[in-house]
Ligand binder design. Structure first.
Ligand SMILES: C[N+](C)(C)CCCC[C@H](N)C(=O)O
Ligand SMILES: O=C(O)CCC(=O)C(=O)O
Length: 377
């Protein structure tokens, strides 16, 4: 049951709302007027704000607060403009509590030991592709652990694209949109070789590093080539516990990433800390690729700590205790959160065909949000 309003009373330019659980919230008049949801203030189809916030009268005064619909709505009138506003109690309470339209999925950090216990939690392709409830469950799993295996796919580019497009549109990058590649040096990157690639996140050279990445090995004849995953948030927590000073440095120093292919006219450069936090101090992105790190000189007094922090991060990410090692097999597609989960690959000999794509972080979150709001989960 959503939040219900018990009573509402005016106090000068505030509307004090008492909720059914006894909590109270003081909503300022300007804020309430600015958030009027009537069709004249909020476009009923585009949900865009129509109210001219900054032309509202200075002597704006709320009047006659009414609790309606058994506590599920608050109605106010306004003078001098004689306007009436109706507010949904649930929405008011979510905003009062600083919540988003849907509750974020709690992340479960993992390492080799916890995966051995919990298993990898594969989902069947059929349900993923055909049933919104199962898609919502799968995206929730992906959000919770930072990776997901989708099983039972045809080992074809078409089946791979169908999974990607089931979630959202594919993100175009310098590598194109949907990829289907082998070790052919099609692009100037070790991904297009048979070399070992250490644990990293893609796109450290992009202002908006790809949010999610998916790999589907369509064919493999050879040896080696095992994939590895590391929960970057788990490594970050380990650093925070072992060396809080180094955690702070990795969260403060912006590290430049680059991708160079001048023959193709490409020279990408971006920078952000290895451990990026939001304005509330929550870790929101791990961005690490020691191969693509561009030259830069941190300020002298922090240079040593920077290298110490980077060394610790690198050591933990390369520690089998924090890794999942799994050779990708045809029919079993890997999707992972590239803002959290590092990936890599052992060197291999022989033939290997890998298909996949990037999808933006905001588009996967958007897809899950709509599924949640439609009550799928
Ligand atoms: C497009 N595909 C995923 C095949 C290769 C991309 C190479 C990504 C690069 N190593 C990086 O760390 O950003
Ligand atoms: O070939 C692989 O398994 C991964 C390649 C890689 O790291 C990448 O494409 O970013």
């Amino acid at each position: 049951m959503g939040s219900l309003i018990r009573s509402a009373a005016l106090d000068a330019s505030l509307c004090n709302v008492t909720w059914s659980d006894g909590h109270t919230t003081a909503f300022p008049a300007l804020w309430l007027r600015d958030h009027c949801g009537c069709p004249d203030c909020l476009h009923p189809e585009t949900h865009q704000r129509l109210v001219d916030t900054f032309s509202l009268p200075d002597d704006l005064t709320p009047q006659d607060p009414q609790v309606a619909d058994n506590g599920r709505a608050l109605i106010l009138t306004w003078s001098p403009e004689r306007h009436s506003s109706r507010y949904d109690a649930d929405l008011l309470r979510r905003l009062a509590d600083g919540k988003e339209p849907t509750d974020p999925v709690a992340k479960t950090l993992w390492d080799a030991a916890t995966l051995a216990e919990e298993g990898l939690g594969e989902v069947p392709a059929e349900g993923f592709l055909s049933d919104d409830d199962l898609l919502a469950e799968a995206l929730t799993k992906l959000d919770r652990r930072g990776f997901l295996f989708v099983e039972g796919l045809d080992p074809t580019p078409e089946a791979t694209q169908a999974v990607a497009r089931r979630i959202s549109y594919i993100r175009e990058t310098i590598f194109g949109g949907f990829w289907d590649f082998t070790a052919n040096m099609e692009h100037k990157d070790t991904a297009y070789t048979t070399l070992e690639i250490g644990p990293h996140t893609d796109g450290t050279y992009s202002f908006d590093g790809p949010g999610y990445q998916m790999f589907h090995c369509l064919a493999f004849e050879g040896t080696g080539g095992e994939s590895l995953l590391v929960d970057g948030f788990r490594v970050a927590r380990e650093i925070q516990e072992r060396a809080p000073d180094l955690y702070r440095v990795l969260g403060e120093i912006a590290v430049p990433g680059q991708y160079l292919d001048h023959e193709r006219g490409v020279h990408l450069l971006a920078k952000r800390p290895v451990l990026r936090h939001d304005s509330d101090g929550a870790l929101i992105q791990v961005s690490y690729n020691n191969h693509d790190r561009a030259a830069f000189l941190p300020d002298r007094e922090r240079l040593e700590a920077f290298y110490e922090g980077l060394r610790l991060f690198h050591r933990l990410a390369n520690d089998p205790a924090f890794q999942m090692i799994e050779r990708l097999a045809p029919g079993r597609m890997l999707i992972f959160d590239n803002w959290r989960t590092l990936h890599g690959r052992k060197a291999y000999q022989g033939k290997r065909r890998l298909a996949g794509a990037y999808i933006n972080k905001e588009d996967v979150e958007s897809r899950l949000r709509v599924l949640q709001l439609k009550g799928a989960v």
